[in-house]
Design a protein around this ligand. Structure first.
Ligand SMILES: [Cu+2]
Length: 294
């Protein structure tokens, strides 16, 4: 008896925060739009509601289950790097189970409990889908298909799944595990905070099969992107090559030209030549840059 009393007290205590939050209950407000599509004016929506049609391969309803799933930011707090989550990440039911889902959104944003991969002859687009702007509660029922299969359950609001609102529902034994389910399976893309930025760049370049990156210099004046740097370098080396070629070709001519000239005359001539060479170099460089930019 004492046990029962303490259990009731504990249940009441733990339910208090739930009661304290003012949830909008959409059940009973929903209008039936046919084909399992229920909607109300307050933004509640159920799609693929199916409480009575047996999927092909089910002789009868094997089991009747009812679950309550919460969605919200607070359920993601135990998962580093995640922002949103359901309070449960994994579900498992017998094939042909009639499942009622009570979906409670604890956040002040919109969330969904969306299940994919169901037979399309029974569920529009193969989906069973509960959606509500929180804090609110909405319920729907479906009959699970026969066979062993793992179904994706997620919230399809932009970035909510990527930020953690993802679960898997196994019918029978399921047919494997889905990736990136918080605390259940490893992320497809693992974050690595141990690697340094130069190492990361090197790795990215190696993976993309690109030439070795420039070593990262601690200067903010340097061009941040790689492309302009490469373009500038190739311009420079092109001009250098032209200069060298000109030098080699012109040197013998100059030697002949300087014969019989005074040092002052040579200097003046060289000064003029340098001036026009620089001008020529600048125009060439400008043309080169223009052609690259095109
Ligand atoms: Cu969401």
């Amino acid at each position: 008896m004492m046990k029962l009393v303490s259990v009731s007290v504990f249940t009441a205590l733990f339910s208090l925060p739930t009661f304290a939050q003012n949830y909008q209950d959409h059940d009973g407000m929903l209008m039936n739009h046919g084909e399992g599509h229920l909607m109300d004016m307050a933004g509640g929506m159920v799609m693929g509601n199916n409480p009575d049609t047996l999927p092909g391969g089910c002789d009868k309803i094997a089991d009747t289950k009812e679950i309550t799933v919460h969605a919200g930011h607070k359920y993601a707090e135990k998962f580093p790097g995640r922002m949103f989550a359901f309070d449960t990440q994994e579900f498992q039911f017998k094939p042909c189970t009639k499942l009622t889902v009570h979906f409670i959104n604890d956040d002040n944003v919109r969330h969904q409990w969306m299940m994919h991969g169901l037979p399309k002859y029974l569920y529009p687009k193969g989906m069973f889908h509960l959606e509500v702007s929180g804090p609110a509660k909405i319920s729907g029922t479906l009959i699970l298909p026969p066979g062993d299969k793992t179904y994706l359950v997620h919230c399809d609001i932009a970035q909510h799944m990527e930020k953690g609102m993802k679960a898997q529902l196994k019918v029978g034994k399921g047919d494997g595990d889905l990736p990136s389910i918080p605390n259940v399976t490893a992320n497809v893309v693992q974050d690595d905070y141990k690697i340094t930025l130069p190492e990361l760049l090197e790795k990215a370049h190696a993976e993309a099969n690109l030439p070795e990156p420039e070593p990262v210099v601690e200067s903010t004046t340097k061009a941040p992107a790689n492309k302009p740097v490469i373009a500038e370098e190739s311009n420079f080396s092109g001009v250098t090559v032209i200069g060298l070629l000109l030098g080699v070709l012109v040197a013998p001519l100059l030697a002949r030209k300087f014969k019989g000239m005074t040092p002052t005359e040579i200097l003046a001539y060289l000064f003029d030549l340098t001036k026009s060479s620089i001008e020529l170099a600048i125009t060439t460089l400008q043309r080169l840059i223009k052609s690259i930019r095109k």
